[in-house]
Design a protein around this ligand. Structure first.
Ligand code: PLP
Length: 465
């Protein structure tokens, strides 16, 4: 039994966890006395609990671990803390809101903050992506977008369009909709037949053609033409929507080939298929613009978002919907519900307040522009790891980088996992997927911190066998 008290006996700091100023230190006695009950998500539970990594407080670019050592956040938590940790403006907005209006339904009721948050998100989205449906997680946003796509075609008298097209290596969360259109084998294979009527485009990753590309690879736009094959196979009259991440994050930072997304848009237009961009990671400045759609100059019919929407502080997600799609739902009788869908916490007051404060912060501090101006420096620092042991590819865009390692024979993921453990010990939080290391620091990172981040990583990579 791995008790926390055993773990904490190793520490000697007067019985209090260290914390950044403002955070209330927590005594050991206040902590749960074991690590058993929490079934951890996407984690080797037994491995973790044998040597836990506990984070107890955070400020700006850093976490503090339970033993007191500082850990630089190289992953924006889980791709979400874009404005850095412990931001006072968000803390105050949340405190004020929870005291003023803790909860209000948005089913046949409303409250001002949800409407304000929706307007703010709509103003940030490109084109006529003007209608916002709120959910609580990226997975829910994906399910919502897929359901809107199906209902849209039905509302227009094209109810035969029920097929959904995802992409190999796509990650769209863990709902049944998301894993069905997603393309990660381990996330799918344990869970039965999944949604029927789903097909997948090929992924765009190709180490022979595109290794060590900075930004968008030259090779691969033609892979979008596979949608023509899918249309020829199933007929356009059966296809509702295509969903892709503009930059696939969770499967290891796969940057779209030049022209690929435009090509997808053209083919979707040709056949009346809706195009959904899953911007749960790429939204809110990660690529140096508010959304990847803007960065790539391609307007999808729907955008899913979460994470950076509230800086990760309160769970919240949303789907941005283009005006003509929304209008298709508004043609029935005025007293009839237009969409039989919603979550108890859609547009939750506290999440809405957190989102408004977060969007204020992004604007006031010019964080998206900051990400754009730091991107070339980040790119150089990432590509300087070329030549280190086991590194077989480096790719990047905005403030995201993927470092791909050669797998140890028979042990896929072992090298990256060992890197994660060692980085943590040496004061850096990274994210790994298979043998790919993903870096996505908060957009407040300074150049010297970029140096420090890659300095720690390079030292660790030299030590991995
Ligand atoms: N879509 C994408 C592109 C994601 O990266 C993620 C999470 O990483 C999700 C959906 C799922 O979001 P959540 O974990 O909030 O359900």
């Amino acid at each position: 039994r791995n008790s926390l008290s055993r773990l904490l006996r190793r520490r000697d700091n007067g019985g209090l966890f260290p914390s950044f100023s403002g955070a209330r230190p927590m005594s050991y006695a206040q902590m749960p006395n074991d690590l058993e009950a929490f079934w951890m998500p996407f984690t080797a539970n037994r491995q973790f609990k044998a040597a836990p990594r506990l984070l107890v407080s955070a400020k700006d670019m850093h976490y503090v671990a339970a033993d007191g050592h500082k850990v630089m956040d190289g992953a924006a938590g889980l791709w979400c803390v874009n404005a850095g940790h412990g931001r006072q403006k968000i803390v105050e907005a949340v405190q004020k809101q929870v005291a003023e209006l803790d909860f209000a339904p948005t089913f046949q009721m409303g409250h001002p903050k949800a409407f304000e948050a929706a307007s703010r998100v709509a103003a940030l989205l490109p084109g006529d992506l003007d209608r916002i449906f709120f959910a609580n997680s990226g997975s829910e946003a994906v399910d919502t977008a897929l359901k809107i796509a199906l209902a849209y075609h039905r509302a227009r008298g094209e109810g035969s369009r029920t097929r959904l097209i995802g992409r190999e290596r796509g990650y769209h969360g863990v709902g049944f909709g998301g894993i069905s259109v997603g393309g990660i084998v381990n996330n799918r294979k344990f869970f039965g037949g999944l949604l029927t009527g789903v097909d997948h485009l090929p992924h765009t990753h190709n180490l022979e053609k595109n290794a060590y590309t900075k930004g968008e690879p030259e090779w691969g736009a033609h892979l979008a033409d596979d949608l023509e094959r899918i249309v020829a196979l199933h007929d356009a009259s059966t296809i509702a929507a295509v969903i892709v991440e503009p930059v696939a994050g969770s499967t290891g930072v796969l940057v779209p080939p030049k022209g690929y997304l435009k090509r997808l848009r053209e083919i979707c237009d040709k056949y009346g298929i809706l195009l959904i961009f899953d911007e749960v990671i790429t939204g809110f400045g990660r690529l140096g613009s508010a959304f990847a759609s803007e960065h790539f100059g391609v307007l999808p019919d729907m955008v899913t978002m979460a994470k950076g929407l509230t800086n990760g502080v309160i769970p919240m997600a949303a789907v941005g919907v283009r005006e003509p799609v929304f209008q298709a739902f508004m043609q029935g009788p005025e007293n009839a519900m237009e969409l039989f869908h919603g979550y108890t916490y859609s547009g939750h007051p506290i999440a809405s307040a957190a989102a408004i404060a977060t969007l204020d912060l992004y604007r006031e501090e010019g964080l998206f522009e900051r990400a754009a101006s730091l991107a070339p420096y980040f790119e150089e620092a990432a590509h300087a790891l070329k030549g280190l042991p086991h590194v077989i590819d480096i790719r990047n865009i905005g403030l995201v980088a993927g470092i791909e390692l050669e797998s140890r024979p028979g042990k896929v993921g072992a090298r990256a996992y060992e890197s994660l453990v060692k980085c943590f010990e040496q004061g850096l939080l990274i994210r790994t997927t298979g043998d790919i290391i993903a870096l996505s620091p908060p957009l407040i990172i300074e150049k010297n911190q970029i140096d420090e981040l890659f300095g720690i990583l390079s030292k660790v990579l030299r030590d991995i066998d």
